[in-house]
Design a protein around this ligand. Structure first.
Ligand code: IVH
Length: 671
């Protein structure tokens, strides 16, 4: 049948173009042509659901949803690597290999990718399973997410064996990492610390469409064939060559990233090369891996419980850069906290150019005797913000003077204060310091607080500069005419902003409380305070003892809340906001008042709902029900949302568990 043939043809062709683009970086058609073929296939597939294939190129965009990642035993353990930190250690290791293996050993050298280990299983040349390392013996099945990674072939070339397992590393390239963080910053979301953690977190997302958008990449470094497979691989270097032929992205696509060394000198040359060249790579590596090439020799050498004796990781030192400290500046946060920031001559460290670094606080500056004009050592560890870790005293100029820590706020000039038990200085001028005011408004408007669409940091800056806002409460008094006098502010943008502000009045009290920016009151604490006290009025009257009754509240938080409530300006702000219709009470509907209508009943909550799943779970407990993690004979109800795994539903049906929709459940609790 023609349609069926065309679908097969398009899938084959798109797999090939995908390989050329994402593995070889040598596309032969334009992005447009690729998109046109993909659109044609998508259309055809939609008319032929009977031909659905999870490995079709159309599935790269994701869409599959994993409720819980299944635990699966590895075909063979995923071991770690022994580490070394100096060329002497590498030499000793190589000497031992030569002593213990019969004859001369040949080594392979490759990069130690700083990502997440993955095991890919292929059957009939098709990807059937992708497992995380887990504890090395049992991993988690993340196939749905891994299918979206373009560098992972879903279909291998004809030359590949029927069944094989390949292992490698999933990495998030710097460019993708930075783009992602830029987007998050824009939306007021928390920034990710480094590409490795982000890659790990991304692979555990439930929504594979989001995984697809993140831009993960994958390099493969070890193949295992089933017994009796036609091609017998006798050396690692041969395995890597074959893997590349079969469609995998191997280090062979990078310059000098895979080498066979016939002696230790060859290994040392590779280490020396990458110690410098790593800074030009588009992704992070944390060392080099040296392996015995010959598989027979590997077998003789064997493994310890943790790591093979035939491989060694050489770890690079933490990335440092040396540069000149031009100036020490100070930033004021929305809570008034002062952060000293080093302005540096630009220096490349770990794949990015660093121009600013953290100096922590006054004590740290004094301890290291950091001065303007010094040559300083800057380190980029796991954190996003690099830090100054030391001074090259030998290069200090003669007239240099110890740094005098700021005594006044860089923004408003108020005299800084420092509590005895705190490392930081604060600007006490909460109501008059522009940076603090703008910071507070920005926080208030952010997504996780009032979620005011169209009001980011630039917007706040603009409204503040024009004198239209001096406080979060002023937002609710804004109207069209003055907005229209602003730059780049047409009726559409102004209208969006006013709508966003009006919509924010519907935001529940717990997020309003978070948005007010009380020191130490983050999202979780705000939520608990709101639910416990029920209203701003009750919270204001709460004693320290009453606050301490909550398990998430310690003396520091309790103090911060009591102090905040004692400030007249804060209470005035609350009063005005309340007048404008902002919510300062937990909604008194069925969702807040508890009952025991569900007493003695056991619930499993699964899938996606119109409100966060945690809220639903909270409601179950609020009305006396019990929560269970998985469906069993003891379960009474399965509260089933969208995108729920079919196996759970089947099991519930088999066991006679009553399946409820969100609406059924709400009706049950009288909502
Ligand atoms: S070989 C049995 N080669 O490093 C040896 N591992 O500490 C298996 N890694 O979790 C590992 N790059 O995911 C090997 N070129 C490379 C590697 C590499 C990164 C990771 C690996 C493992 C960890 C071992």
């Amino acid at each position: 049948m023609q349609e069926e043939q065309r679908i097969a043809e398009l899938r084959r062709s798109l797999h090939e173009h995908n390989h050329r683009y994402y593995v070889l970086a040598e596309p032969v058609i334009s992005d447009r042509e690729f998109d046109a073929l993909l659109a044609e296939l998508t259309l055809l597939e939609s008319s032929r659901p009977d031909l659905f294939d999870a490995n079709s190129p159309t599935q790269r965009v994701g869409g599959g949803f994993t409720e819980q990642f299944e635990k699966v035993a590895h075909s063979r353990p995923m071991l770690s690597l022994a580490n070394s930190y100096s060329s002497e250690e590498v030499q000793e290791w190589a000497d031992r290999i030569h002593r213990e293996s019969a004859g001369h050993a040949r080594f392979t050298c490759e990069l130690k990718y700083d990502g997440v280990a993955i095991a890919l299983q292929y059957e009939g040349r098709r990807l059937v399973r992708a497992l995380t390392r887990g504890d090395g013996t049992v991993g988690e099945d993340i196939t749905t997410n891994v299918r979206t990674i373009r560098a992972v072939p879903l279909q291998l070339s004809e030359a590949a064996p029927e069944r094989l397992e390949i292992r490698g590393e999933i990495v998030l390239p710097f460019a993708a990492f930075e783009a992602l963080n830029a987007q998050r910053k824009e939306k007021g979301e928390k920034l990710f610390a480094n590409p490795r953690n982000t890659a790990a977190g991304t692979l555990k997302l439930q929504d594979s469409a989001e995984v697809a958008r993140r831009g993960l990449d994958c390099y493969l470094y070890g193949i295992w064939l089933d017994e009796g497979a036609p091609k017998v691989v006798t050396a690692h270097s041969q395995g890597v060559d074959l893997a590349a032929e079969w469609g995998f992205k191997t280090p062979l696509v990078l310059e000098r990233a895979f080498e066979v060394a016939h002696d230790v000198e060859g290994v040392m040359a590779f280490l020396a090369h990458w110690d410098v060249a790593r800074h030009q790579l588009p992704f992070a590596i944390d060392g080099v891996v040296i392996k015995v090439d010959d598989h027979a020799q590997r077998r003789t050498l064997g493994s310890t419980a943790k790591a093979p004796r035939w491989a060694l990781a050489f770890k690079f030192e933490t990335e440092q850069g040396l540069t000149r400290l031009r100036r020490i500046a100070y930033q004021v946060g929305r809570t008034g906290a002062i952060t000293p920031v080093a302005h540096l001559d630009p220096v490349p460290i770990a794949g990015t150019t660093v121009q600013k670094a953290s100096l922590h606080n006054a004590d740290q500056i004094a301890l290291l005797d950091i001065r303007e004009g010094d040559m300083v050592r800057v380190e980029k560890g796991g954190e996003i913000i690099p830090k100054v870790v030391g001074v090259v005293l030998g290069e200090r100029s003669e007239g240099s003077q110890p740094h005098e820590y700021a005594s006044a706020c860089p923004d408003c000039g108020a005299e800084l204060v420092r509590a005895e038990d705190e490392a930081r200085h604060y600007c006490p001028n909460a109501e008059g310091c522009p940076e603090q005011i703008k910071g507070r408004i920005e926080h208030f408007a952010s997504r996780r607080a009032m979620n005011i669409d169209g009001l980011g940091s630039e917007g706040v800056e603009q409204l503040f500069a024009a004198g239209l806002i001096r406080d979060v409460a002023d937002l609710y008094a804004l109207d069209m005419p003055p907005l229209l006098t602003l730059d780049r502010m047409g009726e559409k943008r102004a209208g969006n902003l006013l709508n966003g502000i009006a919509d924010s009045k519907a935001v529940p009290f717990e997020r309003v409380l978070f948005g007010l920016g009380i020191r130490h009151v983050g999202e979780t604490v705000a939520k608990r305070l709101a639910r416990h006290f029920g209203s701003m009025a009750a919270l204001r009257d709460a004693s320290t003892e009453a606050l301490l009754e909550l398990d998430v509240v310690g003396p520091v938080i309790a103090d911060a809340v009591v102090q905040w409530c004692a400030v007249e300006a804060n209470m005035e702000r609350v009063r005005i906001l309340e007048e404008h219709g902002v919510s300062f009470e937990v909604e008194e509907d069925a969702t807040a008042a508890g009952s025991d209508v569900l007493a003695g009943q056991s619930f499993v909550v699964s899938g996606v709902f119109s409100i966060p799943r945690d809220e639903l779970k909270h409601l179950v407990e609020l009305h006396g029900g019990r929560l269970a993690g998985s469906v069993s004979g003891k379960t009474n109800f399965l509260l089933a949302g969208d995108k729920m795994g079919p196996s759970k539903l089947e099991k519930a049906e088999r066991l006679g568990v009553v399946i409820l929709s969100e609406a059924d459940f709400m009706a049950m609790i009288g909502g």
